[in-house]
Ligand binder design. Sequence first.
Ligand code: EPU
Length: 344
Amino acid sequence: MIRFSENHPLKSYNTFGVEALARYFFEFTEPEDLDTFVNANESWKELPLFVLGGGSNVLFLDKFEGLVLHPNLPGIGKVREDRQNVWLEAGAGEVWDDFVKYCVGFNLGGVENLSLIPGRVGAAPVQNIGAYGQEVSEVIELVRGYDLQKKEQVQFSNAACRFGYRDSLFKRELKNRVIITSVVFRLEKFPEFRLNYGQVEEKVKALGEINLHNIRQAVIDIRTSKLPDVNELGNAGSFFKNPVVDSVMAEKIRDIYADAPIYPAGEGYSKLAAGWLIERSGLKGYRSGNVGVHEKQALVLVNYGGAAGREIYDLSEKVKQLVFEKFGVELEMEVNLAGINNYL
Ligand code: EPU
């Protein structure tokens, strides 16, 4: 199915819940629809593009004067199976957490710690979603997509995706060129459980037996206790990435603040917790008009209702500035900006 419209409202397509319009909006349900589209009309090539999945990692600043592509490709199916693994392929339009639920329901491990992450399957490889000690790149076998330049279907092995922390080729060189249509995951029949992040182990044990179902439930409980529900309070999860700095700088911070959370990030580098930096800059729970810094997790910016994208952006600039003044650390956005041409 293909749906094409002009001046399409995007409020219900972004979890911040901000008002914005897409000049052109193209929704499709089959990989072949992209063929039909690019061959039917060459004029799209002149337009800025934005690929919109669940809208859980985007901030619209203004009307998007271009073409929004919304892949709505459904389906979860088994590709193959051996003694250890089951390979499942999921359409880019499947809701990510429905896929996690499906895997846990069939006792397949590898994505349970990624429970309740908002968004669609197609976005998971783009920013290599991660939580509670698991990253999706660990279970991705293959990413299928459509290359708008070559006008053909393409596929990428795990190595070809060049995954990093919240990063992949799809965010860089292939941005707006390859539209992900489905992802093949290699799941474990006898998984090793990941319990060593924060309160996960303690919560799982409180629920009873250590199994996939209880890990999923523990992660859901932790997330719902800290992260605001997008249906109640507009947000896009972590607004910034956790910054990677050289270890000398991290040690300087630790010398002053003995409780600073610091994680290893490869030889000579350390990762700091952006939420902690923001909290220690005095901004946790800060509110200005319709927007604010969440009171339980300072890495999350929220729309208390009726905020314009610009207000959220301005708040993020203030957060960046105050963290830089206090710690000399530059925060980098995790969310994608769209509709920026009219604003920045
Ligand atoms: N912290 C504070 N104050 C805060 C928030 C956090 O001091 O307001 C401290 C915590 O006490 C902890 C550390 O910072 O010592 C890390 O906090 P947390 O475990 O909550 O995780 P995070 O680093 O803030 C990351 C991901 C989340 C993911 C969690 C759990 C990024 C940018 N964010 O957050 O992902 O759910 O770990 O694994 O890596 C997302 O990407 O949208 C997202 C929610």
